[in-house]
Design a protein around this ligand. Structure first.
Ligand SMILES: [Mn+2]
Length: 182
């Protein structure tokens, strides 16, 4: 793979999903990486305005061969009965232009102790609904934020990765608001 789009925490929002898939098609990315919390709003969140999980199922199943996904803490086993791509994996290993990336939802990650990752590798997480681009020692940590329920005044956003550059974009208009170069 050379170019990927990374998004997280859809939480059942069909309007957001439709916009995300449009952005994905326009981007020319080869895969859509979803970091969990796909269908349910979750007990800590209000219902997103576009909440319609059945519509999200339909939209995402239409892209089943484009999506790589990990399990969030809001995923239930029944979700796998309605989604046509794997959603119950805790982690996913990717290689994008010779760059190793490990994707996981993030609720089980001990950021003070990333000793299973090697120098230069990228850890992709969601969960907090707050975008992050930082180095933790020799490891790069990227969180695209949430596309539907953004927190701490962050924009609803996703990330495009290509050629060592993580481009953080606003979901509403695809405008880049932050970038991180490896
Ligand atoms: Mn979430």
């Amino acid at each position: 793979m050379k170019k990927i789009l990374i998004a997280s925490d859809i939480h059942g929002d069909a309007q957001t999903t439709a916009r995300l898939l449009e952005a994905y098609r326009k981007s020319g990315a080869e895969r859509l990486i979803l970091l969990g919390d796909i269908l349910y709003h979750g007990p800590r969140n209000d219902l997103p305005i576009g909440y319609a999980p059945k519509k999200v199922i339909e939209l995402l199943n239409g892209m089943r061969d484009q999506i790589l996904c990990v399990r969030g803490n809001c995923e239930a086993e029944v979700d796998q009965m309605v989604l046509d791509f794997p959603v119950l994996s805790e982690t996913l290993a990717l290689c994008v232009c010779e760059r190793n990336m490990i994707a996981t939802h993030g609720h089980h990650v001990d950021f003070a102790n990333l000793n299973t990752l090697r120098a230069g590798e990228v850890l992709l997480t969601g969960h907090t609904h707050v975008p992050v681009a930082r180095r933790i020692g020799d490891v790069i940590h990227i969180n695209p934020g949430s596309v539907s329920i953004s927190k701490e005044d962050s924009p609803k956003s996703y990330v495009l990765y290509e050629d060592g550059i993580f481009s953080f974009r606003r979901l509403e208009n695809d405008e880049e608001y932050m970038r991180f170069c490896i």
